[in-house]
Design a protein around this ligand. Structure first.
Ligand SMILES: O=C(O)CCC(=O)C(=O)O
Ligand SMILES: [Fe+2]
Length: 227
């Protein structure tokens, strides 16, 4: 399931990010891709080890930690530090599936990539192309969101970024290991949680039906979560 999270960053925050990113040095993205992805990848990337990457990445993680829709959708166990990419002049990323395991930078610890995330940092009108195309059970879905909005998609999906033929597409991208590895179970939990959240304002907090539904949510998490 694709899940979009609107307004992770305000427009003001996007401008602040872009001022710094646009002035930063960018590297060839292919240098950091795995063997298979390398030939498909034609974009630019911010140096992962730069102070700017660390600082902006941490800002994103702090915001996500306080974004209930993100927590509900991802049930994060670990998050790979956000990276930043830029596509211009026909830049593209051909069809690929992300690596299943990734070492956290400077560590021997690996995370399993359950969810992939793209946080858009350019307005859709400012570039042509650059759609993120994700293959799912109902065909290919095209994603091109407003600056500040984010999409989460299962890391099992084949996906690509179409060539950017005008302007620049700038984004942050990263991966999440979820407490609930199974995509189907995670989707059910997300739907249940969203429904409970929608019902809550119209019901007394001690309404037995709400108490029951909340209990079911927690008992399913207990059953499915791998800590
Ligand atoms: O730029 C994007 O939206 C996705 C990038 C991507 O698929 C990757 O780096 O693996
Ligand atoms: Fe990818």
């Amino acid at each position: 399931m694709l899940i979009t999270i609107d307004k992770v960053l305000t427009k003001e925050q996007v401008l602040q990010f872009r001022e710094q990113l646009d002035a930063a040095p960018w590297q060839d993205g292919a240098a950091t891709a795995g063997t298979l992805a390398r030939s498909a990848k034609r974009n630019l990337q911010l140096d992962d080890e730069s102070a700017l990457c660390t600082q902006l990445g941490q800002q994103i993680l702090r915001i996500l930690a306080q974004t209930p829709r993100f927590i509900s959708a991802a049930l994060p166990r670990a998050i790979y530090p956000p990276k930043f990419n830029r596509y211009t002049d026909g830049g593209t990323y051909g069809a690929h599936v992300d690596s299943s395991l990734m070492f956290l930078p400077g560590s021997h610890q690996q995370i399993r990539t359950d969810l992939s995330a793209t946080l858009f940092l350019a307005e859709p009108d400012d570039y042509d192309g650059g759609e993120l195309e994700v293959e799912g059970p109902f065909g290919v879905q095209e994603i091109k969101l407003e600056a500040g909005d984010m999409v989460l998609y299962p890391s099992t999906s084949l996906h690509r970024v179409t060539p950017v033929t005008r302007g620049a597409r700038v984004a942050s991208f990263f991966w999440i290991e979820s407490l609930v590895p199974d995509e189907g179970e995670r989707s059910l939990l997300f739907d249940l949680d969203q429904t409970v959240q929608q019902l809550t304002p119209s019901m007394a907090p001690d309404d037995p039906r709400l108490v029951q539904l909340t209990g079911i949510y927690h008992n399913l998490v207990r059953r499915w979560a791998r800590t």
